[in-house]
Ligand binder design. Structure first.
Ligand code: FPP
Ligand code: MG
Length: 295
């Protein structure tokens, strides 16, 4: 089914009638299609299912194309990023094409689903702005971190899950709660993997977050364990981390047992997600397997 989603995206892109767009889109590589997996587990059959999945994946790709320009990222999905290969202007415009074409197709769906998805893009963009503003200085505010990832990462999951529930004729509220908490858990996991996994597993350099100016949960928790001298050192490394600084951070994470503490937060949100959809065994199984990746 995921292969059919990929084909539907190709069809939508072909309709734009531009060889350069198809060429650049081909260099983007395919993601994990996480949101499509959730949608298909919630709504296995519907005439507009492939369109809905393709729309969500194209919005996700658009947001990442823009995010890589903002973060000046060199790698995405284990390939050179589009901004790295084709420049920022093309990456931004390709993101606009993905986004605009997805919205053309979105207008053909039920108005309630269209509004849900459109609203999630507002939240997504609001989250990215919060993230950019937060990157000016290292912060240790867990509530601020959760607020940012709720907008930046969970909002499209909420729209995917609640939209799939609407297509399936289920009550969307439970799936909205699932999407929100699952999205938060998934992003915290992503932020944990950034400090525990090598670049071969991540498909991008390790420790990218701190280098890019992201005060993620592992660093916030570490800060709480350090004395004032080491806190100052951690702050000095923010956006300024050479190999020696990263080795120091890695050792501090180890010494203060940070990964298990981050996992507790992940399990807290994963539990809230699973509670909301108790009895939906296909989704429970999928969500658990996705959260346990790489561990
Ligand atoms: C990745 O964060 C970024 C996002 C999930 C959201 C980006 C959103 C926008 C750029 C708003 C614009 C939206 C559209 C649809 C055009 P990250 O940098 O923490 O993750 P990464 O390590 O995967 O880059
Ligand atoms: Mg990024």
């Amino acid at each position: 089914m995921l292969e059919q989603v990929a084909q539907r995206i190709q069809t939508f892109l072909a309709q734009v009638q531009s060889a350069p767009i198809e060429h650049m889109a081909g260099a983007l590589g395919q993601g994990k299609m996480l949101r499509s997996k959730l949608i298909l587990a919630i709504c296995p059959k519907h005439p507009q299912l492939l369109d809905f999945c393709a729309i969500i994946e194209m919005i996700q790709s658009a947001s990442l194309l823009h995010d890589d320009v903002i973060d000046n990222a060199q790698t995405r999905r284990a390939h050179d990023s589009i901004n790295h290969t084709f420049g920022n202007q093309n990456a931004i415009m390709l993101g606009d094409v993905f986004y605009a074409k997805a919205f053309v197709e979105l207008t053909k769906l039920d108005i309630n689903i269209a509004q849900l998805v459109a609203h999630s893009v507002v939240e997504l963009s609001r989250g990215e702005i919060k993230d950019v503003l937060a990157s000016s200085a290292f912060h240790t505010d867990t509530a601020r971190y959760i607020d940012i990832i709720q907008d930046k990462s969970a909002s499209l999951m909420v729209a995917s899950c609640a939209g799939a529930a609407m297509l399936a004729g289920l009550n969307p509220q439970a799936y909205r709660i699932f999407g929100l908490n699952f999205g938060i858990a998934f992003q915290i996991m992503d932020d944990l993997l950034d400090i525990t996994q090598p670049k071969e597993v991540l498909g991008k350099p390790a420790f990218s977050d701190f280098k890019e100016g992201k005060s993620t949960l592992p660093y916030i928790l570490l800060h709480q364990h350090l004395d004032s001298k080491d806190q100052a050192h951690l702050q000095a490394c923010f956006k300024n981390a050479d190999e020696q600084a990263l080795t120091w951070c890695a050792q501090q994470f180890e010494d203060h047992n940070i990964a298990p503490q981050v996992l507790e937060h992940i399990y807290h949100y994963a539990h809230l997600a699973l509670q909301a959809i108790k009895g939906h065994s296909a989704l429970e199984k999928l969500a658990s397997s996705l959260i346990e990746r790489e561990f």
